[in-house]
Design a protein around this ligand. Structure first.
Ligand SMILES: NC(=O)C1=CN([C@@H]2O[C@H](COP(=O)(O)OP(=O)(O)OC[C@H]3O[C@@H](n4cnc5c(N)ncnc54)[C@H](O)[C@@H]3O)[C@@H](O)[C@H]2O)C=CC1
Ligand SMILES: O=C([O-])C1=[NH+]CCC1
Length: 357
């Protein structure tokens, strides 16, 4: 008996098939699968078995961490590339992401990304490792996708089912690293962004992003782009804020927000050892906070200043949206189930196009 060697999908193979409909659908599937209904689950529902991820510090340096992120997502449906939107037969995926976060990498010479990842996909009948997939872009895309899905359901849907295509918004991006850059581009692509404010600790990086976006949009969009001197300046007129830094100190406070109007925040980043240090406790105290998954929140949001309102997947399923004037925060930690569903969709797309690794 000989074991088949796993196939390797490199970063180029993954990049060729990554697109927003594919990633958004896989991420929504994962968010719904992790929700554990209080009543009996209807037969045939999707589900996720997602143990707590492990953190291994590199020496005693909490800025250099290896995470192991295993998940089994059962009975979930995603459409195939050839028939987007059309439900295909339910499937199950067993996967484990290995991801390192070395926050000092961008300061190296030459600079390197902070996050590096691979996803292992297993045959869920035999347990054999079937594929190893480059997972760095996948991590960025699925994280941005979770923010897009959160913004659609926690912000736009308060104003009706067509709001995400009709309503104009002002967006602030705080932190213009890998995450901030893709958040900025994706929010302009998905929504009607009137004003895009960019803030980064090193202003040149925000300036570079502004120029790149202006080149990409090439006057085809009505979006005004501004580089701001502070997070406060970036956020004061924003309807939607995406924050993705490694800051240990709060960068956004309650007095920085539009008063008495609805605001939604995607809180993506974190300082070493604390997943919610970018946003001030005074802001959390005035907000309704949603998470990707309760089990992760229990493990990783110790000392969080307010109770969690709900899991994002529950809002997608039950449509219990925040009030129009609410401040909502999506506290994004990142889930192994998202990686599993997106990696599966990527592998399916590669196989259906007949592309080699
Ligand atoms: N929620 C999720 O699923 C995921 C979260 N992340 C988190 O997102 C954050 C950003 O990740 P990347 O964009 O890949 O990193 P990056 O290194 O490319 O960018 C980080 C940005 O934050 C800024 N920054 C760093 N420390 C700061 C400080 N003390 N004050 C103000 N700004 C500061 C830097 O100027 C840089 O532009 C990290 O905290 C990372 O752990 C990353 C992947 C997934
Ligand atoms: O979910 C994820 O992959 C990560 N969250 C923080 C760093 C990497």
């Amino acid at each position: 008996m000989s074991a088949k060697s796993p196939v390797y999908y490199n970063a180029d193979a993954v990049r060729r098939v990554l697109n927003w409909p594919l990633v958004n659908e896989a991420v929504e599937s994962a968010l719904k699968a992790v929700v554990k209904p209080r009543d009996q689950k209807p037969p045939g529902s999707s589900f996720a078995i997602q143990p707590k991820r492990s953190f291994t510090a590199c020496g005693d340096n909490s800025n250099k961490i290896l995470f192991t992120m295993p998940a089994f997502v059962g009975n979930y449906s995603i459409a195939s590339e050839e028939s987007p939107g059309k439900v295909v037969s339910p499937r199950s995926t067993l996967a484990c992401k290995l991801v390192t976060s070395f926050g000092g990498n961008p300061q190296r010479d030459p600079p390197l990304p902070s996050i590096h990842a691979h996803v292992l996909l297993f045959d869920n009948q035999t347990g054999q490792l079937s594929a190893i997939m480059a997972g760095t872009d996948l991590t960025t895309w699925r994280t941005v996708s979770a923010s897009l899905v959160a913004t659609k359901h926690l912000y736009f849907r308060r104003f009706g089912s067509l709001a995400e295509t009709e309503r104009e918004i002002n967006v602030a991006i705080v932190g213009c690293g890998v995450q901030g850059q893709l958040h900025a581009a994706a929010f302009c692509e998905h929504f009607r962004v009137k004003q895009l404010n960019l803030y980064n600790r090193t202003e040149a990086k925000a300036q570079e992003l502004a120029e790149q976006l202006q080149r990409e949009l090439r006057g085809e969009s009505a979006t005004q782009i501004a580089v701001c001197r502070s997070a406060k300046e970036a956020c004061q007129d924003a309807d939607v804020i995406c924050i993705a830094t490694f800051s240990k100190e709060a960068l956004i406070h309650i007095e920085d927000l539009k008063s008495k109007q609805g605001v939604h925040i995607n809180a993506v980043g974190a300082g070493p050892g604390c997943h919610f240090s970018e946003v001030a406790p005074d802001l959390y105290r005035q907000a309704q906070v949603y998470v990707d998954c309760y089990a992760n929140a229990e493990a990783e949001l110790k000392g969080f200043p307010v109770p969690i309102t709900a899991e994002l997947g529950a809002i997608i399923l039950d449509g219990n949206y925040p009030e129009k004037t609410a401040i909502s925060v999506f506290q994004s930690m990142g889930m192994a189930s998202e990686d599993a569903c997106v990696a599966q969709a990527v592998q399916d797309a590669i196989l259906s196009r007949g592309e080699a690794s």
